[in-house]
Design a protein around this ligand. Structure first.
Ligand code: FE2
Ligand code: FE2
Length: 158
C-alpha cells in the first residue's frame, strides 16, 4: 500500500473517531437513562483514545493529523443540517450501530492491507473495541424492542 494512500485512510479514521467522540458526548448529555448516559460517556472516552492512537501513528510517519470533511452525516444518511432526536434511545442505538459497523468494516479492510507493527496491532485493538460497542448497543436495542412488544401485548389483553 502506498504511504500516501495509507495516510489518507488514517486521517479518515482520525476524523471519524473525533466525530464519534463529539456525537457520543452530545448523546450522553441528552440521555434520560442514567445507565445509557454512563455507557455513552465511557464509549466516548474509548473513542478519544482511538483519536490519540491514530494521531500518534500519523505523526510517527512524519505527517500531521488532518481532519477531513463531514464523515458521520453521510454514513447516517442525514440531510445537511438535519439533527436526529438524541433523546430517543432507539434512535441513538440505531445510529451508533450503523457508525460502529461502518468503522468495523473499514478497520477490517485496512487490516487486510497492513502487516507491519505497531499499526497492525492498533487496528486490531480498535476493531475489537468497536465490536464490543456494537454488541452493547445491539443488546440494548433488542431489550428495548422486547419491552415494547411486551407492553403492546399487555395492552391487547386489556
Ligand atoms: Fe473508535
Ligand atoms: Fe466504537
Amino acid at each position: 500500500m502506498k504511504e500516501e494512500d495509507l495516510l489518507r485512510q488514517l486521517n479518515w479514521f482520525y476524523s471519524l473517531e473525533i466525530e464519534q467522540v463529539d456525537l457520543y458526548t452530545t448523546q450522553a448529555r441528552a440521555a434520560t437513562d442514567i445507565y445509557l448516559r454512563q455507557v455513552l460517556t465511557r464509549v466516548a472516552d474509548i473513542e478519544q483514545r482511538h483519536v490519540t492512537n491514530l494521531a500518534a501513528e500519523i505523526r510517527r510517519r512524519g505527517a500531521t493529523p488532518t481532519r477531513l470533511g463531514a464523515i458521520i452525516a453521510p454514513i447516517l444518511g442525514q440531510v445537511a443540517g438535519t439533527m436526529l432526536n438524541w433523546t430517543n434511545t432507539l434512535t441513538v442505538l440505531r445510529a451508533n450501530i450503523a457508525l460502529e459497523e461502518k468503522a468495523m468494516a473499514d478497520y477490517r479492510q485496512l487490516i487486510l492491507k497492513v502487516g507491519e507493527k505497531p499499526l497492525f496491532d492498533m487496528l486490531w485493538d480498535h476493531l475489537i473495541d468497536e465490536d464490543l460497542h456494537t454488541a452493547w448497543f445491539s443488546n440494548k436495542a433488542r431489550e428495548l424492542a422486547l419491552l415494547r412488544a411486551r407492553k403492546m401485548g399487555n395492552r391487547n389483553k386489556l
